[in-house]
Design a protein around this ligand. Structure first.
Ligand SMILES: Cc1cc2nc3c(=O)[nH]c(=O)nc-3n(C[C@H](O)[C@H](O)[C@H](O)COP(=O)(O)O)c2cc1C
Length: 181
């Protein structure tokens, strides 16, 4: 199965990317292919709400988001990773999630029946962002996309880029987690 890792951090050497790369290692050892997209480095327009997709048309935007959307509409699974910015996912992460609407809202398209999802949040706060994580799991993933949730990683006490490399606990959790795909 192809798994798309969608990285919502704008930083180089981001904690999100380090954690997702570890998940990918576990998943690849299970025979899956993982393709990484750093959304900040791509040209992905935000949804304009035009509703063209509601009439069975492709999204009006043909940009770097198109490849991601096409792969999801062809059955790919997804790992969505984002740092917490002011209590929520980044604008980069939300921009690509909103483009999922062009599949959900399109009567001619659907996500794969066996598609799976995983969510990674990184943050500086030492506690948990569980209420926000639960909201993200529920919508869009369970309510709209009906993807089976493989799991989540809520990685706190991370501030500077690269810090996740020193966190054996998180890296181990991520690797094991990848094995669940
Ligand atoms: C604009 C901005 C807003 C942030 N807001 C929060 C926040 O609300 N809660 C929190 O715990 N950390 C917050 N942080 C810290 C990041 O979530 C943290 O540094 C995280 O490890 C970044 O992950 P990354 O390396 O994958 O980008 C914020 C950072 C920035 C730059």
């Amino acid at each position: 199965m192809e798994i798309l890792s969608l990285i919502g951090s704008p930083r180089k050497n981001s904690n999100c990317e380090i954690i997702v790369d570890e998940i990918a290692k576990g998943a690849e050892e299970n025979g899956h292919t993982v393709t990484k997209y750093i959304i900040h480095d791509l040209d992905v327009a935000p949804c304009s709400g035009c509703e063209l997709c509601n009439k069975g048309n492709d999204c009006r935007y043909e940009d770097d988001g198109t490849e991601i959307i096409d792969k999801l509409a062809n059955g790919a699974s997804v790992i969505l990773a984002s740092p917490i910015y002011f209590g929520q996912m980044t604008a980069q992460a939300k921009t690509i999630v909103d483009r999922f609407y062009s599949i959900f809202n399109n009567p001619e398209k659907s996500f794969g029946e066996d598609a799976k999802a995983a969510i990674v949040l990184t943050h500086a706060f030492t506690g948990s962002y569980d209420p926000y994580l639960q909201l993200t799991i529920t919508q869009p993933f369970q309510n709209n996309l009906q993807m089976e949730l493989v799991g989540t990683i809520d990685a706190g006490d991370l501030k500077m880029p690269g810090e996740a490399k020193e966190r054996e606990d998180i890296l181990k959790e991520a690797y094991e987690f990848g094995k669940n795909f």
